[in-house]
Design a protein around this ligand. Sequence first.
Ligand code: ADP
Ligand code: TYD
Length: 203
Amino acid sequence: MFLTFEGIDGSGKSTQARLLAENLRRAGRDVILTREPGGSPGAEEIRSLVLEGDPDRWSAETEILLFTAARRDHLERTIEPALAAGKIVICDRFADSTRMYQGLSRGDLRKVVDQLHDLMIGRDPDLTLLIDMDPEIGLSRAKGRQGTEERFEDFGLDLQRKMRAGFLSLADDYRDRFRVVDGNRDMDSVARDVTDIVMQSLR
Ligand code: ADP
Ligand code: TYD
């Protein structure tokens, strides 16, 4: 099973991905936890290229290519081998993030994102958990983190709002694989819902 977490910056995806991996391992499942951009040595190198340095370093189109290149490497070297070995793959962000951030943040490039996805990736997750979150809270949580990576949270509240609405509409477009979880609660309550949803689809 290929499972992804999506949502705005600071919504709690990484926390929930980690808690889910722990819960599934405790239940005896073989799990790998990975993330995007990154998740393979080559893709982690591309991560630094897209998330550090001058935000205007890449054109909108080049940025789509870089995120997609990272994803292709991650898919070939990490995700597909793990799925072939019968493992559950939990990935913190995947193609839906490109549909939203590269597709909507610098003009309407959604069509290009989808075309490149069909050409070079051609696969979507079996299940996607959208952690839905109040944009202001998400932003303040994301800003509270230390580090040199910032990128989209730098664009502020308007973009966070646009991304939240975009993710909810995407969940509606891909109803078969999306589940929306209310992230505006303590982490254990959110984790309980997430684990229940995943356990049900594993049955
Ligand atoms: P994301 O991966 O979506 O950016 P994180 O899981 O890194 O989000 O969480 C962002 C910050 O918010 C972290 O400091 C984390 O400890 C905290 N956090 C995560 N979930 C919750 C929650 N349900 N309630 C309060 N704080 C949370
Ligand atoms: P991530 O490390 O998940 O950040 P956060 O924990 O703040 O949610 O992702 C880093 C940034 O990369 C985030 O701002 C969203 C962006 N991103 C894209 O723009 N396109 C993509 O395809 C992916 C996977 C991430």
